[in-house]
Design a binder for this molecule. Structure first.
Ligand SMILES: CC(C)(COP(=O)(O)OP(=O)(O)OC[C@H]1O[C@@H](n2cnc3c(N)ncnc32)[C@H](O)[C@@H]1OP(=O)(O)O)[C@@H](O)C(=O)NCCC(=O)NCCS
Length: 145
């Protein structure tokens, strides 16, 4: 059974679990510098954790960046990938964004290697490929019209 919870960075146990997953995926696995990964927006974001049974296996955050609601730091632990965890997490975030930020446009900077994953969830790519922390990215949005 999978379960998605949302929380703020003041909920220290949940935030520590999210940072542990992001540290493993982005800092250890993908070599993103810590200063870029854990930035000044932590406290203003809505954070999410997904549990598989009782284990936290994925995380992400939503950041208001008018006119966008930006999906960021989407990470699933390596040993849990390919089991629908990422889909469940992003779909719950999309539903949350629709209810709580209906006036903002969903947007993300997707790693090029994950573009196909988001496309399956209805996202489309826009514009040129660019590099962040040495990793190729493309902007993606959800078109509502
Ligand atoms: C990208 C990521 C979040 C996907 O999570 P996941 O739990 O493995 O994905 P799911 O199992 O829910 O996959 C859902 C669907 O997308 C597909 N998919 C998964 N990863 C994919 C990828 N990188 N490219 C294309 N398709 C992908 C799956 O095959 C599945 O397809 P199906 O529904 O037809 O069977 C995960 O691989 C991850 O954390 N990667 C490392 C961190 C990262 O790169 N994050 C993205 C930052 S922008």
């Amino acid at each position: 059974m999978m379960k998605v919870i949302k929380f703020s960075s003041t909920q220290m146990n949940e935030h520590a679990q999210a940072l542990k997953i992001r540290r493993r995926v982005f800092i250890d696995e993908q070599r993103v510098p810590e200063a870029i990964e854990i930035d000044e927006h932590e406290s203003s974001c809505t954070h999410f954790l997904i549990y598989d049974e009782d284990e936290a296996v994925g995380t992400a955050r939503l950041r208001v960046k008018e006119p966008w609601i930006k999906f960021e730091r989407i990470a699933v632990l390596e040993q849990t990938r390919g089991k629908g965890v990422g889909r469940e997490l992003v779909e719950k975030m999309m539903a949350h964004a629709k209810v709580h930020f209906p006036h903002l446009m969903p947007m993300m900077n997707s790693q090029l290697s994950a573009e196909g994953f988001y496309r399956k969830l209805g996202w489309v790519s826009e514009g040129e490929i660019f590099f962040e922390a040495g990793i190729p990215h493309v902007q993606m949005v959800i078109r509502t019209n």
